[in-house]
Design a binder for this molecule. Structure first.
Ligand code: FAD
Length: 430
């Protein structure tokens, strides 16, 4: 029986594990293992909401071990630290507990087909001080760390009698993550008033969003950027476009022009790259963003037994642009890799991957959702806003839930989530 090992149970990898377990695992046609260094999956586009404290990982997360037990695959907790392409094995680093004790030694996992779905990490472009002083939103652990720091600042300011005292938050990078986080933080500062912090309000939270490019949301159409800028301006968020951060220190950021932006909390959300691990293996062809180059079927150009999907996968489109690192790309790639691995095992035809851009949406908390729809439905590109935009934004998450849990269970999960959100506090205070 073919051994399929998927490394990374994120937006793409967990969908693939679910699909293959239904197509192959349940028919005993393959032995499927999912490896992840975390125990819980939280869909990455929700991480800024975890950071702000408006959602709870316990209601929005998937426990890998339980998901695997309910499907037809195994789960291995661990961090891949090496690949031996000749021996067809990957190595997992020793598993260490919080006290530094070894739970499991370094282990090897054999594969016939390996899937790389390890996502991306923030790219600080070597900017001094970022690693030491800025929060990142690459993982659940990091989002929760920011949330605790935010709560501490809210508590601190709430106790201060000086009504001028405030919290300065600087967000570097005005892509979807930076702009969405700014709006969520504004909402949370107002919410905290109702949760034991009567002196706190959004007027005491000073948010600055800094973008090196010409304008905010550089990857999205100008009309979306203009609408989002207006919405953020209305909230009092300061937007600094064409401003490059040259350094971060414990007191804030220093721009290339030598100006200081003082900040109590700094978040770096200025672009992503595939983990350095990818290039360090020395076995892949990669692009500037460390992404692994693939053939049309999404196999590594250097090894046909290694499939790649999601943010760590480098696919150049006919127009020369790289497929963007987005959940919709990971979702589409998981579909094709799932089809192709099953086709190989069942002796059927594989498919070529062609990226379909269905549009982009920016959800500015409860204040506004804006975006564009692409494709035949909109006959090109159609600007959308308000409730329709929110509905489409939410549908991307719903599609992920259906892919991971199946249609019936996925629908039930969404219903339970809606009920639980309605009954739970609107702000997470731990
Ligand atoms: C705050 C935020 C908001 C976003 N909003 C949107 C949005 O609105 N729309 C959109 O389309 N996209 C959005 N994105 C981008 C989207 O989340 C990613 O494009 C998508 O998650 C990529 O999926 P993936 O499967 O490649 O990687 P991920 O979902 O990042 O999953 C990677 C997995 O690999 C695991 N892993 C990594 N390295 C190892 C290793 N060495 N060993 C074992 N396991 C490993 C990780 O633990 C993780 O579970 C957002 C991203 C962020 C951070």
């Amino acid at each position: 029986m073919q051994k399929i090992v998927i490394v990374g149970g994120g937006a793409g990898g967990l969908e693939l594990a679910s699909r293959l377990s239904r197509k192959l695992g349940s028919k005993n046609k393959a032995d499927i293992t999912l490896v992840d260094r975390s125990r819980t999956h939280v869909w990455k586009p929700l991480l800024h909401e975890v950071a702000a404290g408006v959602i709870d990982k316990h209601s929005d997360g998937v426990d890998y071990a339980i998901h695997a037990a309910n499907h037809h695959y195994r789960f291995q907790l661990g961090e891949m630290c090496a690949i031996d392409a000749e021996a067809k094995t990957i190595s997992l680093a020793p598993l260490i507990d919080d006290a530094g004790h070894e739970i499991l030694p370094k282990r090897k996992v054999d594969y016939d087909q390996l899937v790389m779905a390890i996502g991306s990490v923030s790219n600080d472009f070597g900017t001094p001080g970022v690693a030491e002083h800025c929060f990142l939103l690459d993982s659940l652990v990091q989002a929760e760390r920011f949330h605790r720091a935010l709560l501490n600042q809210l508590i601190r300011i709430n106790q201060q009698e000086d009504s001028e005292a405030g919290i300065n938050v600087a967000i570097v990078g005005a892509g979807a993550t930076g702009t969405e986080l700014a709006a969520q933080l504004h909402h949370v500062a107002n919410l905290s008033k109702a949760y034991g912090m009567p002196n706190m309000s959004a007027s005491r939270l000073k948010i600055t969003v800094i973008e090196a490019g010409e304008r905010i949301l550089p990857a999205l159409p100008e009309r979306i950027a203009n609408t989002a800028r207006q919405a953020l301006n209305d909230l009092g968020v300061v937007i600094k476009e064409q401003t490059t951060v040259a350094e971060a220190d414990s007191k804030g950021l220093i721009t290339k022009d030598g100006n200081r932006i003082s900040a109590d909390l700094m978040v770096w959300a200025a672009g992503v790259k595939a983990p350095d691990f990818v290039t360090n293996t020395g076995i892949f062809e990669t692009n500037k963003a460390n992404q692994i180059l693939v053939d049309e079927q999404l196999r590594s150009t250097t090894d046909k037994a290694i499939w790649v999907l999601g943010d760590c996968c480098g696919v150049q489109q006919d127009n020369g642009k790289w497929v963007p690192p987005r959940a919709q790309s990971a979702h589409q790639m998981a579909d094709i890799v799932g089809h192709n691995i099953a086709a190989l095992i069942n002796g059927k035809k594989t498919k070529a991957f062609v990226y379909q851009d269905y549009g982009s949406l920016v959800h500015l908390s409860k204040y506004s959702t804006v975006g564009s729809l692409m494709g035949s439905l909109s006959n090109g590109s159609m600007f959308i806003e308000g409730r329709l935009a929110k509905l489409v934004y939410v549908s991307l998450y719903n599609m992920h839930q259906f892919a991971v849990h199946g249609k019936l269970r996925g629908a039930l999960k969404l219903l339970v989530k809606k009920l639980s959100h309605a009954m739970s506090p609107k702000l997470k205070l731990h």
